[in-house]
Design a protein around this ligand. Structure first.
Ligand code: NAD
Ligand code: IPM
Ligand code: MN
Length: 359
């Protein structure tokens, strides 16, 4: 039986970048007889417009039944005034939560060809290869109670709850230590334990879990310092593990070290390796429809899909190598363009990767 890949393009640049990623995966599917089939569904604003909900039941069912999910991005100004419960972003968050995708791997790798595209000095970023492990189904994103209420004095109060159970911390810690074991065996846990009790518990549990991984060197850092260190000397890090919201923010910082937010892929995994794969960036409403978005983060997310869910490391490496070759050939979307290279469109970049794959 064919292995089903759920393809959720979403909003804004989502359909543009996903088309390129599917192009690449379809080629490998034939070339390497991977036995994949593709099924598309609506999510986010597109789903809200069609069905009045950002996550229709049939989309969720497809995600649950599929081998893996490939997602573009959701959201945009058109849906910003909607109540939170039906906003596009809630569709994405519900998939993460319903599928138990608690472990979010966000690798920030600087391709040597893009050293000049980074806003940081070459000596600060060249050779950069770090992995952010972001807890994805807990913390302030999902904590109860939440909402906006009217106080007795007539003013409104907004509130969210930052909460982590020991078991939630333990499982993401295991995931991070295992990730570090396969890399340079250094793990930095990022928290705000000097102020927030919940991350005091985080630090305590991560330290305990660390006893099972004596080969991994564990350190702790406060999140404000970590943000500064990521820009000052990012190569001091190997693997970073952190909470849902800190991970969201730190991974956008890390993205810029790689030249563009259009370069950072991600894998969101459950305990069994099932996963959703998406670029870390959003729907980029400011450039949607222009055919200039960088599809590489989504294409590299397909490589992660092949590696982590389909157990096809060779196919994953072929994609990563093809991205390298396309960059060597000088193909650049505007976000990574520099003198001496060639500006290409979104589909032009997809073609450059495809041509490299075809050899
Ligand atoms: P964004 O990541 O969409 O865009 C930030 C900036 O980066 C923009 O200038 C954009 O043009 C640029 N950019 C992003 N991706 C790019 C790419 N592939 N190539 C070239 N440039 C790229 O963040 P935002 O503007 O804060 O959010 C826009 C919408 O996206 C919001 O509705 C937000 O909620 C949503 N969002 C969704 C996801 C997701 O689906 N995973 C992630 C982040 C934001
Ligand atoms: C991301 C995005 C999402 C998040 C939003 C769109 C819900 O910013 O994937 O990084 O905050 O997790
Ligand atoms: Mn984000």
């Amino acid at each position: 039986m064919a292995k089903k890949i759920a393809v959720l393009a979403g909003d804004g640049i989502g359909p543009e970048i996903v088309a390129e990623a599917v192009k690449v995966l379809s080629f490998l599917n034939t070339d390497m007889a991977l036995g994949l089939s593709f099924e598309t569904a609506l999510v986010g604003g597109a789903a809200y417009d069609a069905f009045g909900t950002p996550l229709p039941q049939q989309t969720l069912n497809l995600c649950k039944n599929a081998e893996a999910v490939l997602l573009g991005a959701v959201g945009g100004p058109k849906w910003e005034a909607l109540p939170h419960a039906v906003r596009p972003e809630r569709g994405l968050l519900s998939i993460r939560s319903e599928l138990n995708l608690f472990s979010n791997l966000r690798p920030a790798i600087l391709y040597p060809q893009l050293v000049g595209a980074s806003t940081l000095k070459p000596e600060v970023v060249s050779g950069l290869d770090i992995m952010i492990v972001r807890e994805l189904t807990g913390g302030i994103y999902f904590g109860q109670p939440r909402g906006i209420r009217l106080l007795e004095n007539g003013e409104q109060q907004g509130f969210n709850t930052l909460v982590y159970n020991e078991s939630e911390i333990r499982r993401i810690a295991h995931s991070a230590f295992k990730t570090a074991q396969k890399r340079h065996k250094k793990l930095c846990s990022v928290d705000k334990a000097n102020v927030l009790e919940v991350t005091e518990l985080w630090r305590q549990v991560v330290t305990e879990v660390g006893k099972d991984y004596p080969d991994v060197q564990l350190s702790h850092m406060y999140v404000d310092n970590a943000a500064m260190q990521l820009v000052r000397a990012p190569k001091q890090f190997d693997v970073i593990v952190t909470t849902n919201m800190f991970g969201d923010i730190l991974s956008d910082i890390a993205a810029m070290l790689t030249g563009s937010i259009g370069m950072l892929p991600s894998a969101s995994l459950d305990a069994n390796g099932k996963g959703m794969y998406e670029p870390i960036h959003g729907s980029a409403p400011d450039i949607a429809g222009q055919g200039i978005a960088n599809p590489l983060a989504t294409i590299l997310s397909v490589a992660m899909l092949l590696r982590y869910t389909l157990n096809q490391p060779e196919a994953a490496e072929r994609i990563e190598q093809a991205v390298n070759t396309a960059l060597d050939a000088g193909a650049r979307t505007p976000d990574i363009y520099s003198d001496g290279t060639t500006q290409v469109s979104t589909s032009g970049m997809g073609d450059a990767v495809l041509n490299a794959l075809k050899g």
